[in-house]
Design a protein around this ligand. Structure first.
Ligand SMILES: [Mg+2]
Length: 400
C-alpha cells in the first residue's frame, strides 16, 4: 500500500510546512509533569461529529486530552477546505479551541508536491487540474498550498461548453467561480495549447459527468495537451497497451472511502465511489484489467501508509512543540486510532508500519459507518463511542 510519491521522508517534512501553523511550546498546557508516551488520532465524521453535529462525549474527550497535555491529531479523509478553515469549524462545533497543527485532511499531503523532490518535479509553476469540492474551494486550497496555476473542470466548461454539453444546466453554478483559461484548447498548436502536468481529485466531485469527461480527455491525450488524442493508445507492443505511455500527467486521488456516514439513514457514496466510476469508464474505453490494462494513479488518504506516515510526523512535530525536542523526551510508543470506518480507520491503523517503531492501536466506535456485527477489518478494541474509547485507552496506558 506504500505510495511511491510519498516515500521520501524529506519530501514529507518539507511539504507539510506549507500549511502548518507552528505552535508554541506552551500551546499544550500540561496539567501533569509526566510526558505521555502515547497519543491519539481521531477520525472526525462518525467519531467526533455526525452530519455536523457533535457526538455526545466528543468535546469532553478532546478537552480532557488538552488539559492533560496528551497530544492528538484529527486524521480525516474529509477535505475541500483549507486546514485552518476546517479546524476553525470543528473548534466552533465542538466548542473546544483547536490549533491548525492538529488536523490532517485527505489532501494535506498534496502540499508536498508543490516543491516536489527537486526543481524538475516541482509543480509550483506548472498547470494542474484540480477536481472536486464546492465551487472552486479546492482551487483556493491548492493555491494556499502554493500551486500557482490551477484550472478546474468548470473553467474548461465555461470556455468550451461543448467539452460536455450536458452540463449546460449548471452554467449558473459555474459562472459563480470559473476563471479564464491560462491557454486556449488548441490541438493544432500543442505547444501553445492548454496542457496539464498533474490531475488532482481533491474532494468529492459535484458534477461527476463533466469531471469524468475532462479527466478522461487528459488521460487519453498526448502529453496532457487538451484536445489531443495520443497515438500510442491501444498499441499492443507497448506497456499497458500504450495507455498513459505518452507523457500524460500523473493522476492523484485523495480520500479512497467508498462510503461515508451523513444525515441520511444509510451511508452515502464517497470520493472512492467517483474513482470506481472513473475506473469503470476507463476499463470500458481501454479494455481494462481483463486485457491487462490498468489505470495508473496514486491514491492517498486513509488507509494508505503514506497518509499515516504524514500523520505520525505531524504528531511528532506537535509533541516537540509542546514538550521540547531533547533526548530526554520519551519516544512515542503508541497511537490510539479511533475511527468509525473499518475499511479506512481500522485497516489503516492495523496495516501501518511505523519507521519510529510506534504501534497504532485501532479502536472502532459504533457512532458512524459501523453499527455492529463482524467488521470487515478487525479492530483491536470496539467501544460504543469516542468517550468510552478515550477512557479505555487512558486506562490501558495507565494514565490516571
Ligand atoms: Mg468516519
Amino acid at each position: 500500500m506504500r505510495q511511491p510519491v510519498w516515500q521520501s521522508l524529506s519530501l514529507l517534512q518539507r511539504a507539510s510546512s506549507h500549511y502548518r501553523v507552528p505552535i508554541g511550546r506552551r500551546a499544550i498546557q500540561t496539567a501533569s509533569s509526566r510526558i505521555p508516551n502515547f497519543a491519539f488520532a481521531f477520525d472526525i465524521d462518525g467519531v467526533l461529529l455526525r452530519s455536523s453535529k457533535p457526538i455526545p462525549g466528543a468535546a469532553d474527550s478532546l478537552a480532557l486530552l488538552k488539559k492533560q497535555g496528551i497530544p492528538f491529531i484529527l486524521l480525516t479523509n474529509g477535505g475541500g477546505k483549507h486546514e485552518t478553515e476546517r479546524v476553525a469549524e470543528i473548534s466552533d462545533k465542538l466548542q473546544v479551541p483547536l490549533d491548525p497543527s492538529v488536523i490532517v485532511q485527505s489532501h494535506s499531503p498534496f502540499a508536498e508536491l508543490v516543491k516536489g523532490v527537486d526543481e524538475a518535479s516541482s509543480l509550483e509553476n506548472k498547470c494542474v487540474l484540480v477536481v472536486g469540492g464546492d465551487g472552486d474551494n479546492c482551487r483556493r486550497v491548492a493555491e494556499q498550498y502554493g500551486f500557482k496555476n490551477v484550472v478546474t473542470p468548470g473553467d474548461i466548461f465555461t470556455a468550451y461548453p461543448s467539452v460536455w454539453p450536458f452540463s449546460k444546466n449548471f452554467q449558473d453554478y459555474y459562472n459563480t467561480f470559473s476563471r479564464p483559461l491560462p491557454k486556449p484548447i488548441d490541438p493544432t498548436n500543442p505547444t501553445k495549447g492548454l496542457k496539464f502536468d498533474a490531475v488532482f481529485v481533491f474532494n468529492d466531485p459535484r458534477d461527476w459527468a463533466l469531471d469524468t469527461q475532462v479527466i478522461m480527455d487528459v488521460l487519453m491525450s498526448s502529453q496532457g495537451v487538451m484536445g489531443t488524442l495520443s497515438g500510442t493508445n491501444g498499441r499492443t507492443d507497448l506497456p499497458n497497451h500504450g495507455y498513459q505511455q505518452d507523457g500524460q500527467p500523473p493522476l492523484y486521488f485523495s480520500n479512497p472511502d467508498l462510503w461515508w456516514a451523513a444525515a441520511y439513514p444509510l451511508p452515502r457514496l464517497g470520493q472512492g465511489g467517483f474513482r470506481e466510476a472513473l475506473e469503470g469508464v476507463w476499463a470500458a474505453t481501454t479494455g481494462g484489467p481483463s486485457k491487462g490494462i490498468e489505470l495508473k494513479k496514486t491514491v492517498i488518504g486513509k488507509p494508505f501508509q503514506g497518509t499515516y506516515e504524514f500523520a505520525e510526523r505531524q504528531l511528532l512535530r506537535n509533541r516537540a512543540a509542546a514538550f521540547g525536542n531533547d533526548a530526554s523526551l520519551p519516544p512515542l510508543q503508541k497511537v490510539y486510532m479511533i475511527g468509525d470506518n473499518p475499511e479506512s480507520d481500522i485497516r489503516g491503523a492495523n496495516s501501518y508500519r511505523s519507521d519510529i517503531g510506534s504501534s497504532w492501536h485501532s479502536i472502532l466506535v459504533r457512532t458512524g459507518v459501523y453499527t455492529g456485527g463482524e467488521p470487515a477489518w478487525t479492530p483491536k478494541t470496539i467501544t460504543d463511542n469516542v468517550q468510552a474509547a478515550v477512557e479505555w485507552a487512558l486506562k490501558s496506558s495507565k494514565w490516571t
